[in-house]
Design a binder for this molecule. Structure first.
Ligand SMILES: [Zn+2]
Ligand SMILES: [Zn+2]
Ligand SMILES: [Zn+2]
Length: 116
């Protein structure tokens, strides 16, 4: 991790969770070579750990390959919700929750489709 290349470490991004790209607004430029073009994404991988999907990659300077930060994106299902988490020194931290249901169920309803 490198504090020298970012304006703010781990900025709060609310419910924004990205599994790709980079937060250019927070990129101050490479500390090593002063390059300010979009950092490269390298070593991207996704792991499945106990039903949690974890995507990780590294932001590196596109000129000198200086390591700017490691990006973590976690996706998991908890009950009726899908949970997303992001943690990255450059892109910041975020947390989001979405219902798995295509609509909000309004309590118990008679629905013949569910009777076999
Ligand atoms: Zn740096
Ligand atoms: Zn550089
Ligand atoms: Zn990131």
């Amino acid at each position: 991790m490198c504090e020298g290349c970012v304006r703010e470490e781990y900025p709060d991004r609310g419910t924004l969770c990205l599994e790709n790209g980079c937060y250019m607004m927070n990129f101050a430029g490479c500390q090593e070579c002063r390059d300010r073009s979009t950092p490269k994404i390298v070593n991207k991988k996704s792991d499945d750990i106990n039903g949690e999907e974890m995507i990780t990659f590294q932001h590196v300077c596109s000129k000198c390959n200086h390591l700017i930060g490691e990006h973590e994106h976690i996706f998991k299902v908890s009950g009726e919700y899908q949970l997303y988490e992001m943690s990255c020194i450059l892109c910041g931290t975020g947390e989001d929750q979405r219902s798995i249901m295509p609509y909000d169920p309004r309590g118990p309803q008679m629905n013949n489709d569910f009777i076999d």
